[in-house]
Ligand binder design. Sequence first.
Ligand SMILES: NC(=O)c1ccc[n+]([C@@H]2O[C@H](COP(=O)([O-])OP(=O)(O)OC[C@H]3O[C@@H](n4cnc5c(N)ncnc54)[C@H](O)[C@@H]3O)[C@@H](O)[C@H]2O)c1
Ligand SMILES: O=C(O)[C@H](O)COP(=O)(O)O
Length: 387
Amino acid sequence: MLNIQCLNKIAEAGLAQLPSDRYQLTDQTADADAILVRSADLKELVFPSKLKVIARAGAGTNNIPISRCSEAGIVVFNTPGANANAVKELVLGALVLSCRPVIPAVNWIASLGIDPQITQRTEKEKSRFVGTELKGKTLGVIGLGAIGIQIANLAVALEMRVIGYDPYISVDAAWKLSREVQHEEKLESVLKKADFITLHVPQNAKTQNMINAEALALMKNKAVLLNFARGGLVEESAVVTALAEKQLRRYITDFPSPQLAGQSGVTIIPHLGASTEEAEENCAVMAVQELIDYLENGNIRHSVNLPDVVMERSGQARICCFHRNVPNMLAHISGMFSKKGINIENLVNRSQGDYAYTLLDVDTAEVERIAAELQEQEDILRVRPLF
Ligand SMILES: NC(=O)c1ccc[n+]([C@@H]2O[C@H](COP(=O)([O-])OP(=O)(O)OC[C@H]3O[C@@H](n4cnc5c(N)ncnc54)[C@H](O)[C@@H]3O)[C@@H](O)[C@H]2O)c1
Ligand SMILES: O=C(O)[C@H](O)COP(=O)(O)O
């Protein structure tokens, strides 16, 4: 039996994919072979030696200490694109709310209670809640991945002028992007030209505080900033100042913080971007499938610390080897097999940055000993024999 610990609520549709004869849920991290998680912070978590995999049912992995996982031979997965539609739809709502004062108007009506004059008062006073339209305005999309592309294309359909910035855009993403979206090579150009700016990049050392006082100063007067990516992308004290100085018209964020609470011009949503039934199911099903394929076949799809490595099963046993990306490692591993007279039927090896992964299918099931010996070699982080 393999033990799975859920550190957040994971949709039942995903958990139902775990065959009950091979998997059971545990609430003890010490017993966990695998962890399923959403946004719980794992940075201080002590990993038990039997923990082999962490699957994030969602996109952002800044809550997971990826380098520490790699050094412990733990593969980390996420579920790219599985919640993108949910975020896109909420960003659309936020765009509309940023230029139509629906929230204050609804609050005003609610404040009237049961007023017999409500219809007359509405028609007399609604002029206080006039807004503006999105059509014809410029939307700047920062980060053209699964979510950014969908928002850019949607905004084109809304007849907005759309400009996008993503120096690392994938070929696949570029194909999906509407030709109407203008590609900007510099972040500064987007900041200067857009009426609305929406952030869709991961939070990491390079993107932390990317919207700081200097960036805000470049923005158009009375621009609107939307943040459905991560709170740490934006320097909140600078946003509060820009709002007070009327440089920024509104900041709509999915990430509450004490610094933003109660600030005028700030609309805070309690991290609901991915909170739809559909997105929660999509993410949970995808995360569980990634986890099962890794645990049972050693295959890797959508890892954030290793490349995709998928090989059809052959032979009598498979050895999965997570190791550092150092010279001669493949020759060293295969040499150990040949010394023992074990025939390698199939082999695949891929690397990503400082780490690499090798799958070997062999013609014998007698592999426990060589697996144990491999595990002792320098630069080998985890070895798993599978039958
Ligand atoms: N609010 C929510 O509930 C919610 C839901 C899903 C994702 N997110 C956040 O949104 C982020 C994006 O999600 P996604 O699914 O689109 O991810 P993704 O990986 O598909 O896209 C991210 C894009 O950002 C680009 N990028 C990286 N660094 C950049 C930089 N410095 N400047 C410009 N572009 C850069 C990448 O090239 C990539 O195309 C996630 O990392 C997560 O933090 C939030
Ligand atoms: O990165 C993500 O996928 C989102 O921020 C969603 O987070 P959640 O799964 O905690 O809602």
